[in-house]
Design a protein around this ligand. Structure first.
Ligand code: GLU
Length: 467
């Protein structure tokens, strides 16, 4: 489908600021952003900070920085739920007045007893309706010392049905769900309530989120209906599995967007890779942000979990590393080197990046290579023993001598090497490999003349003479 203008489309990402931007949340943000951009609509950032004990501004900052890095710019926000308490309280009062919510004075102990009794009877745990008002029902006497919660009076009969953008039609019977707490005694709303008031107030038309929220959606739909609010479309995205087939988790590798930035991935590669985790456009694997936006119409979203594939991410990243502007690549590698205390000049780095980029999946891998141009190398004892024999030392000494006299460019370097090979009766690798080991600290590199040319001549001579 081609890009369609529908400026009424409004999507949001609603992270809880209790840590970094998780890859799963980043993918949800990406789909929400792309869907809004596809339609020429709006994308909103809402901070769901009602878990006061765990929410931090530092986490908000990290989440916003990671979104900015990925280029997921929002049109509105950040909107903080904790700054909207008055609004939630007003809606709660309205629902109570309309008989759609009620105060419940059950103590935690009473609720525990209720649960234990249900467990003993083998029943599903649910609120038993003690304080639920019904026509003709006598409610208990309000205790003076129990701060109440407010519960939503969920319909008892009938089904809740929605046509999920990802999963297709879903139906849940109201008997499956109980009267959910919408306001805690401390005046803070619960997720399922605040999310609805916000999605309503913010005129959200399409809610994309992880499928761990499917069970929350019937409650939310019932609250939307109680508010006479239009229902958004819901799309529940399957989880992302790790490459071991288990839930992607911190224990098994990096799960924060920021870690990938630090580990040398490019934002456009991350965006490209993340977008394919649960969505496809034919066989396309590499595409631009603009193509993604023009294609992302909410179709071709996968119902089954996607699997994180580090090798594929590396492949995608390496494709972008090859393509991007070389000055930008050099600047990114300079940042990586700076983290290691190496101050490298970006202009000087540029031809080095050009020579090595085909063999590197990340800017960290490039920095691993290019550090040898700036700081001393330590060849391994094994490489020295294998490649730098006593027999080759005279040839190395002769090469160092020749190098001292030549103008430092690829052609003269190559000529000097050939001369020494001829004089000593050697084959190219017999000299080139020891040169690599001594100068670069490793036995395999790109073509030796091109690689040496980018060194300071004196440094090469010094390293050749070190044995
Ligand atoms: N704060 C919720 C989360 O991070 C948002 C869920 C939603 O998008 O409704 O999972």
């Amino acid at each position: 489908m081609s890009q369609q203008a529908n400026p009424t489309v409004r999507t949001r990402i609603a992270p809880s600021p209790t840590g970094f931007l998780h890859l799963g949340t980043a993918r949800t943000a990406l789909y929400s952003w792309a869907y809004a951009r596809h339609h020429g609509g709006q994308f909103v950032l809402r901070i769901e900070d009602t878990d006061v004990a765990r929410s931090t501004q530092d986490s908000v900052d990290q989440i916003m920085a990671a979104m900015h890095w990925l280029g997921l710019e929002y049109d509105e926000g950040p909107i903080y739920q904790m700054q909207r308490l008055d609004r939630y309280h007003a809606v709660v009062e309205q629902l109570i007045t309309e008989g759609k919510a009620y105060r419940c004075y059950c103590t935690p102990e009473q609720l525990e007893t209720m649960k234990a009794a249900q467990d003993a009877r083998g029943e599903k745990r649910r609120y038993d309706g003690t304080w639920r008002p019904e026509a003709g029902k006598q409610l208990p006497t309000v205790p003076v010392d129990v701060p109440p919660v407010v519960r939503f009076k969920n319909p008892i009969d009938g089904d809740v049905t929605w046509d999920d953008v990802v999963k297709g039609p879903i139906t849940i019977n109201n008997r499956e769900i109980d009267d959910l707490i919408i306001l805690r005694p401390d005046g803070v709303p619960t997720y399922n309530f605040a999310v609805v008031v916000d999605d309503y107030d913010m005129k959200i038309t399409h809610v994309f989120r992880g499928d761990e929220h499917i069970n929350n959606t019937p409650w939310q739909i019932n609250i939307f209906k109680a508010l006479n609010a239009p229902l958004p479309a819901f799309g529940h995205l399957p989880i992302i599995l790790g490459d071991d087939g288990l839930k992607l988790s911190k224990r098994r590798g990096a799960v924060s967007v920021t870690a990938y930035e630090e580990n040398g991935y490019l934002p456009e590669a991350m965006l490209n890779y993340l977008s394919r985790l649960g969505w496809s456009h034919g066989d396309d694997e590499l595409f631009s942000r603009e193509q993604l936006v023009s294609w992302f119409d909410g179709s071709h979203l996968s119902k089954s979990p996607a699997q994180w594939d580090p090798a594929k991410l590396d492949w995608v990243n390496s494709q972008y590393i090859k393509q991007i502007d070389e000055a930008r690549l050099a600047a990114l590698v300079a940042e990586q080197l700076a983290k290691r205390g190496i101050a490298a000049d970006v202009e000087q780095l540029q031809p080095m990046c050009a020579l090595f980029k085909d063999r590197c999946a990340t800017t960290v891998a490039l920095a691993d290579w290019l550090a040898m141009y700036f700081v001393p190398v330590t060849p391994s004892a094994e490489d020295l023993a294998t490649h730098v024999s006593e027999a080759i030392k005279p040839a190395l000494a002769q090469l160092a001598e020749r190098f001292a006299t030549i103008e430092w460019n690829k052609a003269s370097i190559q000529a000097a090497i050939k001369e020494v090979i001829g004089a000593q009766g050697l084959k190219m690798p017999q000299l080139a490999i020891p040169v690599r080991v001594l100068v670069c600290g490793r036995a395999q590199t790109p073509s030796v003349d091109a690689m040496l040319e980018l060194f300071d001549k004196e440094k090469v001579i010094e390293r050749l003479r070190a044995v």
